[in-house]
Design a protein around this ligand. Structure first.
Ligand SMILES: *Cc1c(COP(=O)(O)O)cnc(C)c1O
Length: 334
């Protein structure tokens, strides 16, 4: 593979947009009357959790697969994610007639294994940790010529996620603030690149949980650092950014206006508001924008857009949160 460019441009995102058109949903953006009252400015929800497989990750995965040569595609794609990236890659590969292999450790619960299989992927159970699953990915790349599609630090993936930013600016050109859930930074980097190229004055704010926020710690340190992983309601926002991060760290550093951290109690309130008032089922990661608005943490001079990034939450946990279970300090509501 050739060396990756150091950033992702508007042209890359436009090309991704043309490539994935018709394969990925152009999601609706709806007004929230309740959040408008709270924020004092028009508030919009970008319903990205309505995407097939329940998250925006389908954009990046689809774009990555469509940029492969036919020889690469026929050797198949591989990843170690059991979460939303794994789901999206499985679905996108099947849709394009390619095989996705998802490597996971034997500690991954049976329902997650079954879900990835149902979406059409080959599942390989290896070892007792995520690291060992990743070693298997590296082996399949080296020995079988499969192509690894990383969850965030990859130009094609970032460009795919950036298509969401283009849509927001088309749907609401006078957007003043965009609230983006932030983990490895593929979504935030792509969305910020698209939004800023349309209107440099539009603010893009990354939102993540207090517990184990790797990108925030890295931005504060000035270079990628490791943080301890802790359980959170926003489990899709966990994990590191990679000490050898090539793209998302510098793009988030250069393009994000701010990064805010949300407590577990604030995230639970976001999930509850989404369900009770907006009538939307969200996982914790998908609710951080609403959570920040509810907590009065966002000041915007004009329309604010919150990206609802995903809905893949365990429904037993969701029910408990809706019924008022509050996460206690030091643990997740369960
Ligand atoms: C992956 C994910 C995020 C974070 O995306 P990054 O590109 O890793 O920052 C946010 N929300 C949901 C639902 C996700 O699956």
């Amino acid at each position: 593979m050739c060396a990756q460019p150091a950033s992702v441009s508007l042209d890359d995102i436009r090309a991704a947009s043309a490539r994935i058109a018709g394969r990925v949903l152009r999601t609706p953006m709806v007004q929230s009357v309740a959040l408008r009252e709270m924020a004092g400015v028009p508030a919009y929800l970008k319903l990205e959790h309505h995407q097939a497989t329940g998250s925006f990750k389908l954009r990046g995965a689809t774009n990555a697969i469509l940029t492969l040569t036919s020889a690469e595609r026929s050797r198949g794609v591989v990843a170690a994610s059991t979460g939303n990236h794994g789901r999206a890659l499985a679905h996108a590969a099947k849709a394009e007639g390619a095989v996705a292999t998802i490597c996971m450790s034997r500690l991954v619960p049976e329902n997650k294994v079954a879900e990835i299989r149902r979406l059409g992927a080959e599942v390989r159970i290896v070892g007792g940790s995520q690291d060992e699953a990743q070693e298997e990915v590296n082996r399949l790349v080296a020995e079988k010529g499969m192509v690894m599609v990383p969850p965030f630090d990859d130009a094609a993936v970032i460009a795919g996620q950036g298509t969401l930013g283009l849509e927001i600016m088309e749907q609401q050109p006078d957007t003043a603030t965009v609230l983006v859930p932030l983990s490895g930074g593929g979504l935030a980097a792509g969305v910020a690149a698209a939004v800023k190229s349309r209107n440099p004055k539009t603010r893009v704010i990354g939102l993540t949980m207090e517990r184990g926020a790797a990108m925030k710690a890295s931005l504060d340190a000035g270079h990628p650092v490791k943080v301890e992983e802790l359980p959170s309601l926003a489990d899709s926002l966990g994990g590191g950014i990679g000490l050898d991060n090539a793209l998302t760290f510098s793009m988030c550093r250069d393009l994000l206006d701010d990064v805010l951290l949300l407590s577990e109690v604030e995230i639970a309130a976001g999930i509850r508001h989404a369900y009770g008032v907006e009538r939307e089922i969200l996982e914790g990661a998908g609710a951080v924008g609403i959570a920040a608005l509810l907590a009065g943490r966002i000041r915007s001079s004009g329309p604010v857009v919150s990206i609802l990034s995903g809905r893949n939450v365990d429904m037993t946990l969701h029910r408990k949160i809706i019924n008022g279970a509050m996460p206690v300090k030091g643990e997740v509501a369960a």
